[in-house]
Every structure is written in structure tokens, then in C-alpha cells.
Design a binder for this molecule. Sequence first.
Ligand code: UD1
Ligand code: CA
Length: 456
Amino acid sequence: MTQINVVILAAGNGSRMKSKRPKVLHEVAGRAMIDWVITAVQPLQPQKIITVTGVGAEAVRDHVGNRSEFATQAEQLGTGHAVMQAQDYLQAGATLILSGDTPLFTTDTLAALITEHERTQNAVTVLTAEAPDPTGYGRIVRGEDGMVLKIVEEKDASVTERRIQEINTGVYIFNNDLLFAALSKVNNDNAQQEYYLPDTLDILREMGYPIGAYQALDFEESMGVNDRVALAAANQAMRRRINRQHMKNGVTLLDPATTNIGADVTIGQDTVIEGNVTLQGQTSLGSGNYLTAGSRLVDMQLGDDNVITSSTLEASIIANRTTIGPYAHVRPNSTIADQAHLGNFVEVKQASIGQGSKVGHLSYVGNANLGAAVNVGAGTIFVNYDGVHKFNTTVGDRAFIGSNTKIIAPVTIADESITAAGSTITADIGYHEMGIARSRQTNKKDFWDRMPHKKD
Ligand code: UD1
Ligand code: CA
């Protein structure tokens, strides 16, 4: 394959999105749309990637960073005008042009387009697709002999042309010299008063150059995102693609249509995931885990054979064979060791929970290191914050924290020590000691009679 240049169009204002965010930064399966485009072209090893920016240029450039060079389109006068802004950046040869709002193209499809272009030696080869519903796309107009004549935008199309189902995907590969020769002849005499890139096909054909089309096998890849309805459709399509891959790898998804797995997530074999589960960011799961509906994991690392029940887990590490939930919340920078258990309504933040330790019910464990086989009774609060500073607590192996203990950090609770239920612990507890800190109960005799009572 010869060396190519890539131009990604991303200067438009995306007005149909009705958003403050530039359109190409809207996310599909957890990645900005333009990231998907860049990821699809990178394996083609282009000698240059030029992104044309305009509306929201700074945000787009910051996001894309050094993965691309940038050209500026100061005024959004159309896709043809946008490509002209990239001219000075391109090296001789062929240029592949894509839009930043078509996130679903695969490298394979783009490579097939390039191969077809090289085989035919066309001046331009456009990637087309047969759309079940072509509304909104440019249509491919062919002559009686089947050869491509031109592309007509929907707004400029006749009634007959609108019936054409073969659409312009917005991906083209051009011979550079001919691209810019044709662009210099494009005018804005059309419904949108824009300089259309697709007009270059008609112009090159009129100039006597061969033009052609390569039809993608799968329309889904061609989906262009102009509004939030299409964004949802693109998300669904991407999710289907990602989920299919995980299922092929040996992951059971019980209701894939409602399972939301980000692009960078890895999952081991024989993990079973119920519907309505979300896995985001740099999350990795080992094998044999079970995640029930309502679980949400962001930037999590899990080992094997954990059972996660309707819980929210963030930026933490969970080892193996733990049971978490229902309704637990593991907040960032926590480490949960093998066979630990976090039960109902337990929140853990920046804490490590040792092997086999149990925090069963209604507790908050913040800024704490718990050893192995610790038992934390119901309603325990690690009081870690004075409004300004955070303080740490250490709890040794096999310590027994009685229910409704308040542990006012900083304190150290030794191995095999105990807190009496209901205590407010403010001082360290030594090995084999019990800390008790609560007022003693007194019973008032005959108090019943001194109480007011309602008469029925
Ligand atoms: C475009 C094509 C249409 C094709 C469809 C495929 C044109 C005129 N039409 O329509 O034939 O079927 O894509 O998805 O090309 N942009 C700029 N500068 C501009 C205008 C647009 O950089 O002045 C960028 C946009 O940011 C976007 C891309 O070009 O990433 C396409 O523009 P958009 O307005 O979305 O074109 P469509 O109407 O979708
Ligand atoms: Ca578009």
C-alpha cells in the first residue's frame, strides 16, 4: 500500500447537536467521536494526519493533542472549503478524507477503499453504502452504465434522486493534485450556499478523469452523527460491536442490549454480566466474576471470581473471591483483598480492606487500613475528617469492631483487639485489649407512672 495523507474534517459547528461542546468531542462508547476516527486510520500508517478545526478549535486540539497536525478553517463555508485549508500541510500522493462525525468505520473498510483506489487508478474513489433510510445523506447518482456521475446533497436533490439509497459516507480517497485542481472550481451555488467537497467528483469527471465508488459491505459503519438521535444510534451500534467481541471472547452477557461496556475495558472468560451494568474507563475484570444489574464500575481492576451486586465501584483494586454489595460504594484509591466482604450500604474510600475482612452493613470506612479477618459491625463510622484535614486509622488483624462504633481518627487499633459496641473511640487500643467508651446505662424505677399517657 502506498503512503497516504489523512484529512479529518472537524471544523463545522454541529448546530444540529444543540450543544456547547464541539460535535466531534461527543462520546460514543466512552470515546470522543474523533478518537474513533483517529484510531481507525492510525493502522494505515499515514504519513500525515491533518485535522481541520474551526468551531471549538481549542477544545478539539487539546483533546487530539499530538496525534494529528491541525489546519484552521476560520469560517465554516463547507466541506470543500474545509479541505482547502489543509492543502499546505499535505505531502504529494493520495489523501484519504473523513469526517470527525463518523465514528464507526473500521480500518478494514478504509483499507479496502484504498486498495480499490489503487487498483483502479481513479482520480477519486468515494466510499458509499446502501442505506435502509438515506435521509440526510448525499446520494450517489449513477449513469445508466452504472458509473458514478456525481453526488447530490439531500437539500439539492430532485424527488427521484431522493429515492436513491446509495449514500455518500463522507469518506473519499483522492489524488492530491487533482483534488485541489477540482476544489478551485467548486462554487457555492446550492441550497446551503456552501462549497461542497462532493462536488469535486462531478468536476473531475467533467475534466475527463476517472472517478469511482467502493461500496462498504455494512451500512452501520457509515453512520454519520449530526444530532442526538444519531448519537444514540451510533452508541448502540458501537456497544453492539464491543459486546459481540466480549461474548466471542467467552464472556456471558445476559442482556447485551442494556450492557454498557467502554472501549478500553477488558474482561476475562466465564465472567457473567447481567443487564443494566456499566463498565467504563480503564476497567479490567478477570475471569469468573458475576455482576448483577445496576452495577457501575469505572477505572476498576478486579481479579477473579468476585460477586458484585448492584454496586458502584470507582478507581480501586479488588482481588479475588470477594462479595460486594448489594448497594456498596467503593470510592477511589481503595484496595479490597481476597475473600473480603462489603455488604449493604457500605461506603469505602481510600481504604484497604485485608484478606477475609468483613464490613457487613451500613458503615463508612474512609482513610483506613484494615488488616486480615477484621470484623466491622453494623453502623460503624470511621470519623476521618475535621472539615479541613483527613486523618488515618489502622486496624490490626482479627480485630473486632463492635456495632455502632465511631472511630475518631487518627487512632491505631491493634491486632486481636476489640471495640465495645456503641463506643466513640478516640485513643489507641492495644493488643488483646477492649476499648469501651460509652456512658453507663442507669434504669429509673417506676418511671412509667411519671410519664404522661394518652387516654383512649
Ligand atoms: C456530509 C456530506 C454528505 C454525506 C455526509 C456523510 C457534504 C456537503 N455533504 O453531509 O454528502 O452523505 O457528510 O456523513 O460534504 N465541516 C467542516 N467545515 C465546514 C462544514 C463541515 O469542517 O465548513 C466538517 C464537519 O465538522 C463534519 C464534516 O465536515 O465533521 C461533515 O459536515 P456535516 O455538516 O456534518 O455534513 P453532512 O450534512 O453530514
Ligand atoms: Ca455529518
